[in-house]
Write a protein that binds this ligand. Sequence first.
Ligand code: ADP
Length: 168
Amino acid sequence: MKTAIYPGSFDPVTYGHLDIIRRAATVFDQLIISVLNNVKKIPLFSVEERVKILKEVTKDIPNVRIESFSGLLVDYASQKNVDVIVRGLRAITDFEYELQNAQTNRLLSKGKLDTMFFTTSLEYAYLSSTTVREIASFGGDITDCVPDFVSRLIYQKYGIKREAEHEQ
Ligand code: ADP
């Protein structure tokens, strides 16, 4: 059985992530989506909230599992006995960072851990969690960026009552 890990912040999960998740889930027998607990960043959603949200938005994909991790990805992958990492590539700006990470992970794992890249579907090429947070924080429309259930939670975090606005 071939398992891969898709690690990331997912703060919040977007349609861009979901597109990669769906595609990767057809390539691997099992996909572990792993929420990175990055103590250096103050997130919008806690790790527990992000895990819960990811579980909800992927509940129709049977071979996906959601977990969280902290520390080195190579250590986590080795604990799980997984040797493939999935990452998404949007633009050339992602490339340098992702290449460096992939090569570092290969080095640290003594050649055991490889990274497989899925290129973004064009309709999501512009999409990032940072952009979504920024738009939402100003009360902008994020309905094309994240599932409705997620957008409601994001507006709640920013204390924005968009639904009420729509009803007026
Ligand atoms: P990180 O903070 O580790 O980059 P993210 O949650 O921002 O985590 O992203 C996780 C992965 O998903 C990364 O590989 C990123 O390039 C990819 N990704 C993010 N947004 C998109 C998108 N719109 N299309 C394709 N891949 C994406």
